[in-house]
Design a protein around this ligand. Structure first.
Ligand code: UDP
Length: 238
């Protein structure tokens, strides 16, 4: 839908996994640098950019619960993992002299500003990239849900989910060579087909509040800049 362009304010959701590169844990600084350069270009073009980052490259509550940890404590640990990623992103922006700040859903005022809706909007209007850390601040949620929530709170035009594949497929293209990619889907189709792109909580929140979602592959050259210009390959969920 070209009438959506140009975007004024967007939210980009980065998975923790997307920061790992070829590693099995943590952050690959080369991958981080490429992503940050791409985001900085979009911000320099005048688009206000919100970021939500996951924590799956460091810790996942559900995985820990599977090994016997209390789920709620595991989820808090997972939220802290997102803060580590947020600080790494902030640092990479500031090293490039790109204004950015971390706001956290869990209170840790010496590390990040606490999340306050009006203050976050002020940061965006003042040209800062705002990195939303600690998910929603609640266990049993995901950073995809946090991304949908913050996108609505910040009145974003669209939520862009950066993944490891070129959009939403009928099956996992890394496992099933017959998988086909959708150009466009409705929220209802995502839910009824059980397409495993985002959890149902995030999809239904987007559906109830008419937040368009774009799913694209972050590992392509200048992927975010290209999608923002309506170019490249992606799936729209509306
Ligand atoms: N998490 C949570 N509440 C939230 C967001 C995240 O409890 O609102 C926890 C949860 O344990 C999750 C972990 O933080 O496994 C990391 O987030 P997520 O799995 O969404 O990261 P991603 O898969 O995007 O790297």
């Amino acid at each position: 839908d070209p009438s959506m362009l140009p975007y004024n304010r967007v939210l980009l959701k980065l998975s923790g996994e997307g920061l790992m590169g070829e590693q099995s844990y943590g952050i690959d600084s080369h991958v981080l640098g490429n992503i940050v350069d791409d985001i900085a270009d979009v911000a320099a073009s005048g688009v206000q950019v919100c970021l939500v980052v996951g924590g799956g490259n460091i810790f996942r509550g559900l995985t820990a619960a599977g090994k016997g940890m209390d789920r709620v404590q595991g989820d808090y640990a997972g939220m802290l993992a997102t803060v580590i990623n947020a600080l790494m992103l902030q640092d990479a922006f500031l090293q490039r002299a790109v204004p950015a700040c971390v706001v956290s859903a869990l209170s840790m005022p010496t590390v990040a500003e606490p999340y306050v809706q009006k203050k976050a909007i002020e940061h965006l209007e003042n040209g800062r990239i705002v990195i939303f850390a600690a998910g929603t601040g609640n266990p049993f949620f995901t950073t995809d849900t946090a991304a949908t929530l913050r996108a609505k709170e910040m009145d974003c035009d669209v939520m862009l989910k950066a993944t490891q594949v070129d959009g939403v497929y009928s099956a996992d293209p890394r496992k099933d060579p017959a998988a086909t990619r959708y150009d466009e889907l409705t929220y209802g189709e995502v839910l009824s087909k059980g397409l495993n792109v985002m959890d149902a909580t995030a999809v239904s929140l987007a559906m109830e509040n008419s937040l368009p979602i774009i799913v694209f592959n972050m590992h392509k050259e200048q992927a975010f800049s290209r999608v923002m210009a309506g170019q490249g390959v992606f799936t729209r969920i509306v």
